[in-house]
Design a protein around this ligand. Structure first.
Ligand SMILES: Nc1ncnc2c1ncn2[C@@H]1O[C@H](COP(=O)(O)OP(=O)(O)OP(=O)(O)O)[C@@H](O)[C@H]1O
Ligand SMILES: [Mg+2]
Length: 235
C-alpha cells in the first residue's frame, strides 16, 4: 500500500484550534496508533485524512496522491476507509444491509466477494446477517462497524476508538480482528484511549496533546516511556 504522510496539518472548528500542525506517517503494512486524552485531536486527524473536515494548512499524501484536495468518496476510492468513533451503525437495518452500505460505491459483482471476506474475518456477523444491528451486543456492533469499513476494500483502515466501552475479553477479540486485517496486507491507524492495547499492537505510535504530537516512537518505546506510563497507562 502507498504510505500515508500527514504534514503540518492544521484544523480549526471556528475559534477552536483542534490541530496545530500535526505531522505523522504510516508506512506500508504498518499498524500505527495515536493515543491521547479527551479532546487532544485524535478524531480530527482521522477526519482530516478522510476529507470530512477541511484543513487550513499542511498536506495529506497517500502514495503520490494529495488526499486533501479530494472529496470523501474519492478518498474512499483511493483506498482509505474510516470506522468512526461511536460506530454510527444503522440500528434498524440488518447486519448485511449495514455491510452493503459500506460497499455502496463498488460494483455489485465485487460486493458479494467483499461480504464473504468480512464474514471470514468475523464469523459471528455471518451467523447474524439477518438480525437488526441494534439488537447486537456492543462488541458485535463494533465488529460490524469494522466490517462495514472493510467493504470498500481499503488499503488503509482508520479505526477510531474501537475498544471504547467494551469488556476486556471483547477488547482482545477486537485486537485479534485488527491483527488479522493487518496480516492480509491492510495498514491500520488505531486511535485509542486504551493505550496499552494500542501500543502493544503497533509498529509505531504517536502521543497527542491539545492538537500537537508530543511524543512518537515504536509501540514498545512508548510502553517503556515513564511519561507515557504515568499519563496513559496508569502505572
Ligand atoms: N464539531 C466540532 N465543533 C467544535 N469543536 C469541536 C468539534 N469537534 C471537535 N471539536 C473540538 O476539537 C478538539 C479536538 O477534538 P477531537 O474530537 O479531535 O478530540 P479526540 O482526541 O478525538 O477526543 P476524544 O478522546 O474525546 O474522542 C476538542 O477541543 C473538541 O472539543
Ligand atoms: Mg475522538
Amino acid at each position: 500500500m502507498p504510505p500515508l504522510k500527514v504534514h503540518d496539518v492544521q484544523v480549526s472548528y471556528g475559534k477552536v484550534r483542534a490541530l496545530r500542525g500535526v505531522t505523522l506517517s504510516v508506512d506500508e503494512r504498518e499498524i500505527v496508533s495515536i493515543v491521547g486524552a479527551n479532546g487532544a485531536g485524535k478524531s480530527t486527524i482521522l477526519k482530516a485524512v478522510m476529507g470530512l473536515v477541511p484543513i487550513t494548512a499542511g498536506s495529506v499524501e497517500f502514495g503520490d496522491r494529495r488526499l486533501d484536495q479530494l472529496s470523501p468518496p474519492r478518498i474512499v476510492r483511493a483506498g482509505v476507509s474510516l470506522c468512526p468513533e461511536g460506530r454510527r451503525l444503522f440500528p434498524e437495518m440488518t447486519v448485511e444491509e449495514n455491510l452493503r452500505m459500506g460497499g455502496y460505491q463498488r460494483d455489485r459483482r465485487h460486493v458479494a466477494g467483499a461480504l464473504g471476506e468480512v464474514y471470514a474475518y468475523v464469523p459471528v456477523l455471518a451467523e447474524r446477517r439477518g438480525q437488526v444491528a441494534g439488537s447486537l451486543s456492543g462488541g458485535q456492533q463494533q465488529m460490524l462497524a469494522i466490517g462495514r469499513a472493510l467493504m470498500s476494500d481499503p488499503k488503509l483502515l482508520l479505526l477510531d476508538e474501537p475498544s471504547l466501552g467494551l469488556a476486556p475479553l471483547v477488547v482482545r477479540e477486537i485486537a485479534t480482528i485488527v491483527r488479522n486485517i493487518h496480516a492480509r496486507g491492510v495498514s491500520v491507524v488505531l486511535v485509542e484511549q486504551n493505550a496499552r492495547m494500542a501500543l502493544k499492537l503497533s509498529d509505531h505510535a504517536y502521543v497527542m496533546e491539545t492538537g500537537r504530537v508530543t511524543l512518537h516512537g515504536t509501540g514498545q518505546e512508548l510502553l517503556d516511556n515513564p511519561l507515557v506510563q504515568r499519563s496513559y497507562l496508569g502505572v
